[in-house]
Write a protein that binds this ligand. Structure first.
Ligand SMILES: Cc1cc2nc3c(=O)[nH]c(=O)nc-3n(C[C@H](O)[C@H](O)[C@H](O)COP(=O)(O)OP(=O)(O)OC[C@H]3O[C@@H](n4cnc5c(N)ncnc54)[C@H](O)[C@@H]3O)c2cc1C
Length: 343
């Protein structure tokens, strides 16, 4: 039997999750990752990587679908956290606070998936007193994934399974015609150009990484832009911005100053943290995540494509669940093709 040839375009957290899932679950598949950027230059490398069940950028994607992606991904990361490799993969459990200035804020609605993370509870008055000015809040434990470690680990797992990698920019989908049985499109914001998806927009995020080993809990607030202070396995992440439509990948001094002021207001001791890096990334924002099959007409040929892009601010937290679904779609296409070839 000939091997199914599958191309995954994109080496971000969604592309590599798909590549690993496909190569490990579709027997005899020959899988190639094609991408023009790799870690540490993908969007995930800039991400906080927190499994925060915040409503932010839910968009119009069916909420039960999003919940299932979140839950499947959480289970995957939980199982990795139980292995000896958790530190190498950049994973940790982290406890912290989501805070609001609004006393009437319904925190159960603000965190609709609080049941999926751990030990979520509304803050008592005594706990709220720790954060002067805030009127309501919730405390929970969740998972943080530092993609600067996770992506190289995924890539290594893919290669150990026989996966191939080609560094190249795919200018047109038609270039791949005749070379692959199925193409999985995980190009993030690149989908705007590659498949002409005009609904794609950048959600520009700027953040700062500092060394502040005394910070042990995360703090997220519902201010606009959101403030987040997030101690990861290697440093503390201070954010951030979410500027839809802004393509600027340079560090903006005013954004930096605003992030610092807001974070220092919540935790004044951060003024003495050692500065490490500024980070800017473009979240792939779309009204809905695009996770579906498409038969694309390219000249006289038909390309069989599975799209998996447009995860906005949730790309890390949904990555494993979405890649499992994308793998099921690839299997469906391959089995349809086999049935047709038998007719
Ligand atoms: C500041 C910030 C904070 C964030 N925080 C979180 C968080 O806490 N939790 C969370 O879940 N998410 C977070 N996100 C969102 C998350 O980072 C993204 O949703 C996710 O990384 C998107 O991954 P991706 O693989 O879809 O796309 P990308 O990482 O953008 O990867 C796209 C890949 O496709 C390749 N590509 C594109 N076009 C082409 C082409 N034509 N030819 C060849 N290759 C191509 C690129 O080279 C790249 O390899 C954050 C993002 C930012 C910017």
């Amino acid at each position: 039997m000939s091997r199914a040839k599958i191309a995954v375009i994109g080496a971000g957290v969604n592309g590599l999750s798909c590549a690993v899932n496909i190569i490990e679950n579709i027997p005899n598949a020959e899988v190639t990752v094609l991408a023009d950027k790799f870690s540490p230059h993908t969007t995930g490398d800039v991400a906080a990587g927190v499994f925060g069940p915040r409503p932010l950028s839910f968009g119009h994607t069916d909420v039960s679908l999003q919940r299932s992606w979140f839950e499947s991904s959480l289970k995957h990361f939980e199982s990795l956290l139980r292995t000896e490799y958790a530190g190498i993969i950049g994973l940790e459990y982290l406890t912290g606070y989501f805070l609001s200035h609004d006393p009437s804020k319904d925190m159960n609605k603000a965190l609709p998936w609080a049941d999926l993370v751990y030990n979520a509870h509304l803050l008592s008055k005594k706990e709220l007193d720790l954060f002067p000015g805030y009127k309501s809040g919730i405390c929970f434990t969740t998972i943080v994934c530092d993609c600067r470690k996770y992506l190289p680990w995924l890539m290594d797992r893919f290669k150990r399974n026989g996966g191939k990698v080609v560094e190249k920019k795919v200018e047109r989908m038609g270039e791949l015609n005749g070379h692959y049985d199925v193409i999985v499109n995980c190009t993030g914001i690149g989908a705007k150009q590659l498949v002409g998806d005009t609904s794609m927009q950048p959600g520009r995020g700027q953040a700062i990484r500092v060394s502040a080993p005394w910070i042990k809990n995360f703090i997220l607030t519902d201010t606009h832009p959101e403030t987040y202070i997030l101690p990861g396995p290697y440093d503390v992440y201070l954010g951030g911005t979410f500027q839809v439509g802004n393509w600027n990948v340079e560090v903006d001094k005013i954004d930096k100053q605003t992030i610092q002021e807001k974070c220092f207001q919540v935790v004044p001791s951060l003024k003495h943290a050692k500065f490490l890096h500024d980070w800017v990334g473009l979240r792939p924002v779309r009204p809905t995540v695009r996770l579906e099959k498409e038969i694309m007409n390219v000249g006289n040929a038909k390309l069989k494509v599975v799209h998996n892009y447009g995860h906005g601010a949730k790309g890390v937290a949904y990555s494993w669940g979405c890649s499992q679904q994308a793998t099921r779609l690839v299997k469906e296409i391959l089995s349809d093709s086999t049935q047709h070839s038998k007719l």
